[in-house]
Write a protein that binds this ligand. Sequence first.
Ligand SMILES: [Zn+2]
Length: 340
Amino acid sequence: MRRATTALGFLATCLLSFACGGTATDTNGEGGSSSTGSGGSGSTGSTSTTDSSSSSTGSTSTSGSTSTSGSTSTSGTGGSSGCTLTADTTQTSAVSSSGCHVLDRDTSACEAARTAQGLSGFWLKMSCRVTLSATTENGVAVVKAEIDEQPDYESNYFPTSNACHEDYTGAIQNPNYIVAKDTVVEFAQTPAGSGSNFMGAIVGIALNGVPIFGNFAAPGDDIYQEAKTFDRCGGHPQMNGNYHYHSEPFSISNDDDAFIGVLRDGSPVYGRKDADGSYPSDLDSTGGHTGTTLDSPSKAVYHYHVNEQTSTNAQSSGQKQWFLTKGGYHNAPAACGACN
Ligand SMILES: [Zn+2]
């Protein structure tokens, strides 16, 4: 029922704005199921034609090159690409099966400005690519985050002419490309009020400035099918070029307890584990629970976790996915004019 209501809400939202693009049948524009077809389920057949040429070993790209060796560049590629989005990031040794390294992000350059505004805790872990400001709107304390919605690692969803493009053949590529945006997302500074099902597209942001979308696709599409179009690090763009995450973002968290981002109701999202290393067993209907965290070690706070869900959709029944959300907010989300 939650999925149905959110889908209807999303459709209504899309009909009122250009945010979802013009094609009625694929309002989220992710091109997942229609462009890839059911043959995409990891079979080698249907998808290899478009991708194989660039993935061959003779490629001049650095994709797939050994990514270790202390390079200060990022995400599974070599170091000399000229991609400026990777500035202030350093690869760690934690790497996903798709080849995406968890990144350390140096936030020292923006910490003083944030603490001067009274921000603390997980807010200080947001990449300096995210511009934060604490303010009051209609008597409510909010945090505004200005983001360009681009990832801070290379992706096959950058156009090949972009220095941040990498070849990647581990997934099906949807027809969309990443476009830089200028978006302000607003957050409750103190979680309060009643929760609700997600409405619209952007329900939060990850610490690197990439929007978090819900655990569902546009009406008519199947998120479990769309998951086959995620790039090396777990994101993909919709038809207007807005890059986003639905599920565990491997450059930030990989089966760990890392802070990942924050939803618009002001509560943080962590990886699969709690700070004590255990997997939570008491997550509620919005995918969270109350307890201490890495960023609130002495005071229990509500927080979300990456949580595994299983498809009941006909075409993907039984398929599992580690999502960032479970379809709703625990508390009331801040108003956000750009989040539709
Ligand atoms: Zn927890």
